[in-house]
Design a protein around this ligand. Structure first.
Ligand code: DGL
Length: 270
């Protein structure tokens, strides 16, 4: 009954934590494509090829449902993977839609026409590839009208987190928030559109100020996954064993993951 969780690296662990807490009976197989991280500076073609391979690897583990716990893969590859046709009984879901549904005050899966919502000025923080894709703005336009989005491509933040250099990550976050504020001085909401960024959420909140509501994905994805599995219980795959897989150096990735989650995490080679 395993479900696959995929990220380019460690960021998806923020999603994994939340889904494990929400669905303790479900075994999750986590795959980090650490050998190819970061994805955010790659071309859409490259991201698509890497994401497809990762999804296929998780299917091999007996996961019928794979969550792309990576905005960059969701933005650059998900639609193409879905439109390319999936093998019978397999599904791939991204992390954008639950976030946008929360931002636009919708129930999960509410596909009614776009309408006015409370937030008017939204700051989007994401990787360069996610910002370039404009996928966030496209999904938002399906659900809301009159929302002004200013996007900040946060170059370097994922690399610093993957390297475990949190001092550099913090300095970069502060400078990206300053750059955003020069373009949009008073956002009323901010979206952390990369699953690595919740590891820096307090820095984003402090730099943005207390008046800005920060939307982060982990809890939202967990709620929407619980709702999806309640409606599609057949999507629990045959895999039984929770696992952490990486395409990178398993010992190094395990150490960083253990430090981030403050519990022992043991990755094995994918
Ligand atoms: N966690 C990924 C995301 O949500 C990071 C992408 C990257 O590897 O640059 O976008």
């Amino acid at each position: 009954m395993a479900v696959g969780i995929f990220d380019s690296g460690l960021g998806g662990l923020t999603v994994l934590e939340a889904v494990q807490k929400r669905l303790p009976e479900v075994p999750f197989v986590y795959l980090a494509d650490s050998a190819h991280a970061p994805y955010g500076v790659r071309t859409p073609e490259d991201i698509h090829t890497l994401t497809r391979a990762a999804v296929a690897r998780l299917w091999e583990e007996g996961c019928d449902l794979v969550i792309l716990a990576c905005n960059t893969a969701s933005a650059a590859a998900l639609r193409r993977i879905q439109e390319g046709g999936l093998p019978e009984g397999k599904r791939v879901l991204g992390v954008f839609v639950p976030l946008i549904e929360a931002l636009t005050e919708r129930d999960w899966g509410d596909n009614s026409p776009p309408r006015e919502v409370a937030v008017k000025h939204v700051a989007l923080f994401a990787t360069p590839a996610t910002v370039a894709s404009r996928a966030f703005q496209r999904e938002l336009a399906f659900r809301a009208i009159g929302v002004d989005v200013e996007a900040q491509a946060c170059a370097g933040v994922v690399d610093a987190i993957e390297e475990g250099d949190m001092i550099l990550a913090e300095a970069l976050v502060r400078s990206h928030v300053e750059a955003l504020k020069r373009k949009m001085p008073a956002p009323d909401a901010a979206v952390l559109g990369c699953t690595h960024y919740p590891l820096m959420e307090s820095v984003f909140q402090e730099a943005l100020g207390p008046g800005v509501k920060v939307f982060s994905q982990a809890g939202l994805v967990a709620e929407s996954l619980a709702d999806y599995l309640a409606r599609h219980p057949d999507m629990l795959g045959v895999g039984q064993e929770p696992k952490f897989l990486t395409t990178g150096d398993a010992a190094q990735v395990s150490d960083r993951a253990t430090a981030f989650l403050r519990r022992k995490i043991a990755f094995e080679a994918a």
